[in-house]
Write a protein that binds this ligand. Structure first.
Ligand SMILES: [Zn+2]
Ligand SMILES: [Zn+2]
Length: 303
């Protein structure tokens, strides 16, 4: 099952050096989840060949403009392009107010339903579940309420050894039980051990998205053991004072967090406009956590 994330925006605050404000597109089993929606997100979707109408879920971490200024444009375009299926938006309560005001003054009546789910940034809770995954909030420490998101795949059913089952003419009606791991007693007295006819499904994976935040052990428990941790790394560690003032993280700290929480891979992003080249941020992070990559726009990372 596909579980991968494409970076649409990697810049903090403003677009600069061809980098755009934050947005990511998560593909889990061909369902699309947009995480943050900075200015330029629509353009980035087009540039990288994604159809915006495939997105059914939008998660907004907080209400600094670099994380949602692209949203009204995206929602309006979907309306103009004839979308009818619902869109779920998970965001701080005030975003509903902002969108309502924007639609009101443009006299726009969106033709598809928007289901708005309010996120409370006080404690980590599950906010979404479907057949493929669950989503839990990560309580971050920023200047305004801010939540990250932990996307955790569900364990799939066992995989059938179809050729073997067909060769032994096992009736189709037993397949669902085998998938669930049941051993079978057939009417003719024959016993089919599940282990002989199925293999285990893939291990479920976990993707954590952390933007924007101070280094704060308060959220370590929620992000523990993820396969890919995206963490903001706005500054180099020499700018630690500035990071603390603005409630951001340095590349070194992001790497320390990945190490302390047992992440398998770290992706860093939300780069300050002071850095034209990103290599120093990468090197700094790798000095603490080797398996670090830069979140490069247009790149897709399997979780
Ligand atoms: Zn930001
Ligand atoms: Zn922010």
């Amino acid at each position: 099952m596909k579980f991968e994330v494409t970076i649409l925006g990697s810049s903090s605050a403003t677009p600069v050096y061809n980098r755009n404000p934050t947005a990511q597109l998560l593909n889990c089993n061909e369902k699309f989840y947009l995480i943050d929606c900075g200015e330029g997100t629509q353009q980035q979707l087009i540039r990288f060949g994604f159809k915006a109408n495939k997105i059914d879920f939008i998660f907004i971490s907080h209400l600094h403009g670099d994380h949602y200024f692209g949203l009204i444009g995206l929602l309006s375009s979907l309306h103009l392009n004839g979308r009818v299926k619902p869109m779920m938006i998970f965001a701080p309560a005030a975003l509903a107010e902002i969108l309502t005001l924007q639609f009101k003054h443009s006299e726009t009546v969106i033709r598809y339903p928007i289901e708005f789910v309010v996120i409370e940034a006080d404690k980590s809770v599950q906010i979404f579940e479907n057949a493929d995954l669950t989503v839990e909030t990560i309580i971050l420490n920023h200047r305004i309420p801010c939540t990250g998101f932990a996307f955790v795949q569900k364990k799939r059913l066992r995989k059938l050894m179809v050729e073997k089952l067909e060769a032994e003419q096992v009736p189709l009606e037993y397949y669902p039980l085998l998938k669930r791991g049941v051993d079978l007693d057939l009417p003719d007295g024959k016993v089919l051990l599940n282990i002989d006819y199925t293999t285990d499904s893939e291990r479920p994976k976990k993707y954590c998205y952390c933007s924007d935040t101070l280094f704060d052990e308060g959220y370590f428990e929620t992000i523990k053991g993820c396969d890919t941790l995206y963490h903001e790394a706005t500054f180099l560690h020499e700018m630690l004072d500035r990071a603390n003032q603005t409630h951001h993280t340095t590349a070194l700290q992001a790497a320390q967090i990945a190490k302390d929480t047992g992440a398998a891979k770290l992706l860093i992003g939300h780069f300050s406009s002071r850095y034209k080249t990103l290599q120093p941020l990468l090197e700094e992070a790798r000095s603490v956590f080797e398996n670090t990559e830069l979140a490069i726009e247009g790149n897709t990372y399997s979780i």
